[in-house]
Design a protein. Structure first.
Length: 129
């Protein structure tokens, strides 16, 4: 089980680096949109995977651990979010810091809920004849 989590974490960390950097380079500016995007998409993915995996026997416990604790744990960036929020506050950018914190929490929770709903609907569609 540990190797499943380790592999997922490595892939998730690389995905976070590549996607976050790609988005931030294109967006530019002082707003950490790359980290925000990673946190929101990671929340969507985790909500979907957990709801689907727990509602179906299609995903083994090992693959679930690889995808959730491993990949999503390596992919999402709450510690980076926390540091960036503090850095914005220390730089006196209180409005940007507040916006970043509010968007990160609200959008990530909404994305997680969306993932749960999508998985629930997919599971329900599999049961229907």
């Amino acid at each position: 089980m540990v190797w499943y989590v380790a592999f997922g974490s490595a892939v998730g960390g690389v995905a976070r680096f590549l996607l976050g950097t790609f988005i931030q380079q294109r967006a530019g500016g002082m707003f950490p949109v790359g980290t925000l995007t990673v946190n929101v998409t990671g929340s969507l993915l985790l909500g979907f995977i957990l709801r689907y995996a727990l509602g179906s026997a299609a995903i083994s416990p090992e693959v679930r651990a690889l995808l959730t604790t491993g990949f999503c744990g390596g992919y999402t960036t709450f510690s980076t979010f926390s540091y960036e929020a503090i850095a914005l506050l220390e730089d006196g950018q209180h409005g940007r810091a507040g916006l970043y914190m509010a968007l990160s929490v609200v959008l990530s929770l909404a994305a997680c809920l969306a993932g749960v709903i999508i998985a629930r609907e997919l599971l329900a569609a599999r049961v229907r004849p």
